[in-house]
Structures are given as C-alpha cells and as structure tokens.
Design a binder for this molecule. Structure first.
Ligand code: A1LUD
Ligand code: HCS
Ligand code: ZN
Length: 337
C-alpha cells in the first residue's frame, strides 16, 4: 500500500473507519504452529516453518482471517539474516525467506478475499463479511528474539550492545520487509527504549515508505520488561510520524488496562493491544508455564474495558488461538454482547 500521498495518521484512521471503528488483529502465530504439531524448539522458532512448512503458515493466517482478523502478522518475527546464516543458508536464501513471510500472508489474504467475494460464508450469520479491510503487517522481532533464549522478556542486552549495534542488526531485514508488499511493519515485543530508538532512527535513515506500529511488552504493568517506563517508550514511538499505532503485546491480560491508560497519557496515536494468554515463557525449555490461571475466557471478558480505556486495535499474542480472535471479534462487534 505504501504512504505515497497519504498522511500516516489518516492511514490508520481510514483503516479503522473501514473496519467499523475498531480493528481485530490476529492471534499467536508461532504457538498456533505448535498447536498444529510443529516443534519450534529451535533458534529460528516460528521462522523454521518458513523453510519446513510454509503451507501451514499460510493456513494459520487464513484461520485467523476466518476468525475475524483485520490484520495478519507475517512469520518474520524470528526470521533474521543472521539466524538463517547460522543455519548454513546463504544471504540470498535468507533474504528470500524473509520476503516470503510477507508473500505467504498476502496469499492467505487473497484466498480469504476471494472466498468472501464468492459468498463462501453466506450460510453463516457473521459480521466479518462486512468488515473486509485486511492489512498484512511484516513482523520485526527484537534483537532479544534473535538471541533465542527469551531475552525479549528481559531486554537486558548488556553494555556491549549499543544503539548502533541494534541499528546494524535490524537494518537489512527492515529494508527487505519494507519492500516486500506488506502494508505496514509491526515492531513487536520491544523490550527497551534503546531498541525503540533504533527503530525510529532506521525508519528515517532508510526512508521506509510504509507505516509501522510499535508494540512493547511488560511484566509489571508500569514498565516495559527492561524496567524502562512504558511512558518513556511510548513517547519515543510518539515522536515518529511514521508510527501509526503504539501499544502492548505478549503481556499478561491482567496488566493491559493500566498500560493502555499510561500510553494514552503521552500519545494520541491509536493504541494497539494483543496480550498473550497470561502464561510465562521459559526461554531455556521453550515451554509455556501456567502463571495465574488466566484462560481464554477470562481474556475476552476484558475487551470492553480495554476499549473503554481507549484501545482501538485488539488481538492476541502467544498461546492465543483463532477461538480467542473469534471471541474478541464478537465482543467488539456483536450488538447482542
Ligand atoms: C516471544 S518469545 C515466546 C519467542 C521465542 C524466543 N525468542 C525463543 O527463541 O526462545
Ligand atoms: N507475531 C509473533 C509474536 C511473538 S511474541 C507470533 O505471534 O508468533
Ligand atoms: Zn508473543
């Protein structure tokens, strides 16, 4: 889509209006691939499926579209040139796979829209048919995601990792994703201010011509995971005109309400939230462990409160499923609920 002649702020306002005021984002991609039997205990995590099972990635995107998602996020979260090279792939192969993550999501959108046009779901009394806008977001996971040890939940990269280190780490992948046919870039699970600043500088330096959202993660409801205050992080996102939404992902549902209020204190940009299931990730075993017994049902009961607090894009992150997204969509759009 790109931003030629379109103000970034109107890009998101127009999209939200087309969706009925609020947009539904998809749910966890990697954990859904696992639910379909994939073993992601690998440094590439979900990006492994770009090599081994791209058809399943497309199917999961399609499942989320059919559940009501207006935004699907491609499988590039942990797809990095450095990560693929460590697996013995060439730079060219790595770049092709990164681009492929967006193409797969675009293919899913194409299939979905064709089915809508053919009245494939006419027998269902579903509101989604009227809310056709679908964006494809290209995922950028943090440097900590590439480290493949759950470091995106600590944001603690050590003193040797500077702003320049992060910019050089992300530069080439960002260029590829920005020219891949994606509608926007989803900078996800951002753990600290430094990485947010690196993204802002890269968007400018590389003249990236599609919009972006910045989404942080938190474990205490006040700060992002590194301890940097969410307000300071959101201010960095606010300073960048290309950023069309600011928010929170892969964070327990119980923390989301307070985080939305904090973000709204420092920015008027649309707020996006896509929490995880509330379970805790063990980066060593790559397993999810129960925390406080949050279930999908609990999760969805919060949506009205989050909407009242000012969020306007809603989805799920790790361990949420198409059922979660279907329930979010109903909670937002069913007049009966
Ligand atoms: C958001 S975490 C669950 C992603 C996986 C992590 N980077 C790892 O490789 O262990
Ligand atoms: N978009 C990624 C985020 C992981 S935190 C996924 O859903 O797998
Ligand atoms: Zn997640």
């Amino acid at each position: 889509m790109g931003l030629e002649g379109v103000e970034p702020s109107s890009f998101m306002a127009d999209f939200l209006a087309g969706c009925g005021g609020y947009a539904v984002v998809d749910g966890g991609l990697a954990t859904e691939l696992e639910r379909h039997g994939q073993d992601l205990n690998d440094p590439l995590w979900s990006a492994k499926c770009l090599i081994s099972f791209p058809q399943l990635v497309r199917r999961v995107h399609l499942d989320y579209l059919e559940a009501g998602a207006n935004v699907i996020i491609g499988a590039s979260y942990q797809a990095t040139i450095q990560g693929f090279e460590a697996k013995g792939l060439s730079i060219e192969e790595a770049e092709t796979l990164i681009k492929r993550s967006v193409e797969i999501a675009c293919e899913a959108r194409e299939i979905y829209l064709q089915r809508c046009a053919k009245g494939y779901w006419d027998f269902l009394d579903s509101p989604k048919i009227d809310r056709h806008p679908v964006l494809v977001a290209a995922s950028v996971g943090s440097y900590g995601a590439y480290l493949a040890d759950g470091s995106e939940y600590s944001g603690n990269y050590g003193a040797s990792v500077t702003l320049e280190t992060l910019k050089e780490f992300h530069r080439r992948r960002l260029q590829i994703l920005a020219n891949s046919g994606a509608d926007l870039i989803a900078f996800e699970t951002i753990p600290n201010k430094l990485e947010a600043q690196a993204y802002v500088e890269l968007l400018k330096e590389e003249n990236i011509d599609i919009p972006a959202w910045f989404s942080f993660s938190s474990t205490d409801g006040t700060n992002v995971v590194s301890g940097d205050p969410i307000t300071e992080c959101a201010k960095i996102a606010d300073s960048c005109s290309q950023v069309v939404a600011v928010g929170i992902n892969c964070t327990p549902p119980r923390l989301i309400h307070g985080l939305i209020l904090s973000i709204r204190k420092v920015t008027n940009k649309p707020v996006i939230i896509y929490p995880n299931s509330g379970e805790t990730y063990n980066g060593e075993t790559k397993q999810w462990e129960k925390t406080r017994g949050e279930t999908e049902e609990d999760f969805v009961s919060y949506v009205g409160k989050w909407r009242d607090a000012g969020a306007c894009l809603f989805g799920g992150c790790c361990r949420t499923t198409p059922n979660t997204i279907r329930a979010i969509s109903r909670a937002l759009f069913d007049k009966s609920s």
